[in-house]
Design a protein around this ligand. Structure first.
Ligand code: F6R
Length: 209
């Protein structure tokens, strides 16, 4: 809860200083405490999203935006429906687009046209993934379509119905897209993330982590 409050403080400070900030947002359990705090501060009139622009990191391929486990639904439930963000300021990759390659390149173009990301919020997977950039031999620079690792599918199974398959693929900002952000705020909590966090902080920078 304290880490969430600290993260929300940095995001709120960004919005108070620059109300028109471009925020990069994440899903998963890590950012939820920060989103709850931002909603509370919004209700108290402290945080205003009316000029903010957002770009989410990723979305599954093959499920519609309205699917209960989609990241569109997650963001709607965990943040957007509770704050005063303008609908046309919200960007999330469309995993049901007919042309996924085109969707990815259009996404990077939209980020550039918005002036780039001021503050990118991130979580990290136990295997070291950020966004859906799985450990790989090389860094993938741009927004792209990835095959999910078994470990990631297993970790995300809890969000899908019992008889449902976790999608095999996802669209994700690339490492290059993420690293262009002017600030990065990585939220990590829980003992289960200790080992990977140690590698992140003290190990070499590699496409494996
Ligand atoms: C979410 C995302 C993922 C998560 C990561 C950690 O948009 O891109 O990289 O940040 O899987 O997930 P949690 O926070 O649920 O442990």
């Amino acid at each position: 809860a304290q880490a969430g409050q600290a993260a929300a403080t940095l995001i709120a400070a960004q919005l108070i200083q620059y109300p028109q900030s471009v925020l990069g947002l994440a899903t998963g359990s890590s950012p939820i405490p920060a989103y709850r705090q931002l909603i509370a501060w919004h209700r108290e009139g402290i945080v205003d999203f009316s000029k903010a622009v957002t770009f989410n990191l990723d979305e599954y391929v093959g499920i519609p935006p309205t699917h209960p486990a989609s990241y569109h639904t997650f963001m709607e439930e965990e943040l957007f429906s509770a704050v005063n963000i303008q609908r046309d300021h919200i960007h999330i990759p469309d995993g049901s687009a007919a042309n996924l390659q085109r969707e990815c390149s259009d996404y990077d173009t939209a980020i550039s046209r918005a002036g780039g990301i001021d503050l990118q919020l991130l979580g990290i997977g136990r295997n070291g993934h950020i966004g859906f950039n799985e450990p790989a031999p090389d860094f993938v620079v741009a927004t792209n379509c990835v095959n999910l690792k078994e470990s990631t599918k297993t970790a995300n199974k809890r969000f899908f119905a019992e008889d449902e398959q976790v999608p095999e693929k996802a669209l994700t900002m690339g490492i290059g897209t993420i690293m262009k952000a002017r600030h990065i705020l990585l939220c990590v909590s829980g003992e289960g993330k200790a080992e990977i966090l140690k590698k992140v902080l003290y190990g070499p920078v590699t496409p494996q982590v």
